[in-house]
Design a protein around this ligand. Structure first.
Ligand SMILES: [Zn+2]
Length: 403
């Protein structure tokens, strides 16, 4: 299978710092917010080994990710502000390129593209109230890197998870609802001026209310207000929360103005039809608002271990999509022709969380636009989705309790 680099970030490899001393992520912050400032950054080769030395005021939460094709090492720093000039990596034999930038509101990322395959070994120490993080790149072969990436691609470290994704109580299912678009990304705009990002949020909140009636379900939203979140971060929120299901809510515009009704999309490498391909392309372009690391589009080959997980996840996603189409039918919610479709939606690429994208209706259609603004219809639709979710969860064990 070939996917883009965005998939790599997910497959990803939440390798915690292999610190001989201790993990940065376990350290308490200097205050309640745990904010840190990067005050120094040096890098270069020493005795033929590349290393980067970062100095912080405070104790940043952090994690390392290994990304493949090309082989890269990414360092994520949470709640960290960069106040240091960053020199270019001086050794082209070890590192060909380095990028840095904010990948979400609370996360600063540094990515090294490797020339010589290497695994990072991290060490931290305290010095006069400062934290010094040293990353040493230990040479390995391609197989060593691939194994490290694959083995660590599936489990997720809870230490690196934001405070908002505490584990669910035993026996409780976690559903992540994702209101599409937000912030600078308005999504579609209806003929009467309705903004898709607002419709999506209203539906997500209504779905949360509907699902919250069941004590066996907890619902997390990727956003609860009008903010921009990169696509991969949305699915990462679901992965970190060990979600049992991820539902992305949309109401896009399409060029066929007479088409109206709900559609349920799952992930597929090849789009089921032209309309799905166009919608996925339009959805995936939301990341034009994101930082440069999210926008590169290089091919990515999935690892075999991830492939196996992927197959199981895909079958659960298909199963839920079918339940959802049935539930919409039972509630007499209008569906488009062939309402279950698929395409390469980036937001659905979590390899281990069953994921669907629901177009509740299309803002390009006048009638749908009116309907999307009606509270009664919204409640009916979200109760249909909620019904389908509960049916899907029957006979399942929450992921957080182990499948
Ligand atoms: Zn959308």
């Amino acid at each position: 299978m070939r996917y883009s680099v965005f998939a790599a970030a997910m497959v990803a490899v939440f390798l915690m710092l292999a610190a001989p001393t201790r993990s940065l992520a376990e350290e308490p912050g200097p205050d309640a917010t745990g904010e840190a400032v990067m005050t120094g950054f040096q890098q270069g080769s020493k005795d033929g080994r590349f290393e980067a030395v970062l100095t912080f005021k405070g104790h940043p939460r952090s994690r390392i990710l290994l990304l493949r094709n090309p082989d890269r090492v990414a360092l994520d720093l949470f709640d960290t502000v960069s106040a240091a000039p960053v020199p270019a990596p001086a050794d082209p034999k070890a590192v060909v390129d380095m990028r840095q930038g904010l990948v979400s509101a609370d996360r600063f990322r540094i990515v090294w593209t490797l020339k010589a395959t290497a695994l990072p070994v991290a060490e931290t120490r305290d010095e006069d109230g400062r934290t010094i993080l040293t990353l040493r790149f230990e040479r390995t072969d391609g197989i060593g890197f691939a194994n490290a990436a694959a083995v660590q691609g599936v489990p997720i470290t809870s230490e690196a998870a934001p405070k908002t994704t505490a584990p669910a109580a035993p026996g409780v299912f976690t559903i992540v609802v994702d209101p599409g678009h937000g912030g600078v990304d308005n999504g579609a705009r209806g003929p009467a001026g309705t903004l898709e990002k607002e419709v999506n949020l209203a539906f997500a909140l209504a779905l949360r209310d509907a699902l919250a009636k069941d004590p066996k379900v907890r619902v997390l939203l990727t956003r609860e207000d009008d903010r921009f979140i990169p696509l991969t971060e949305r699915s990462e929120i679901a992965r970190r929360a060990k979600a049992d299901l991820f539902i992305s809510m949309h109401a896009d515009s399409i060029r066929y103005r007479d088409i109206r009704g709900a559609t349920v999309y799952t992930l597929s490498e090849k789009a089921s039809d032209t309309l799905s391909l166009e919608i996925a392309d339009s959805e995936n372009s939301a990341d034009r608002f994101a930082g440069p690391e999210w926008r590169q589009g290089k091919p990515e080959v999935f690892d075999i271990l991830v492939d196996l997980t992927r197959r199981e996840t895909d079958s659960f996603s298909e199963h839920f999509a079918a339940e959802l189409v049935d539930a919409f039918g039972d509630h007499q919610i209008r569906l488009i022709k062939n309402p279950k479709r698929s395409a390469g939606f980036r937001v659905l690429m979590a390899p281990d969380v069953p994921s669907v994208l629901v177009e509740i209706g299309y803002l390009s259609n006048d009638e749908d636009e009116k309907l999307l603004l009606k509270k009664d219809w919204r409640e009916d639709t979200t109760s249909a989705i909620s019904r389908a979710v509960l049916d899907f969860l029957k006979n399942r064990t929450p992921v957080a309790s182990g499948r």
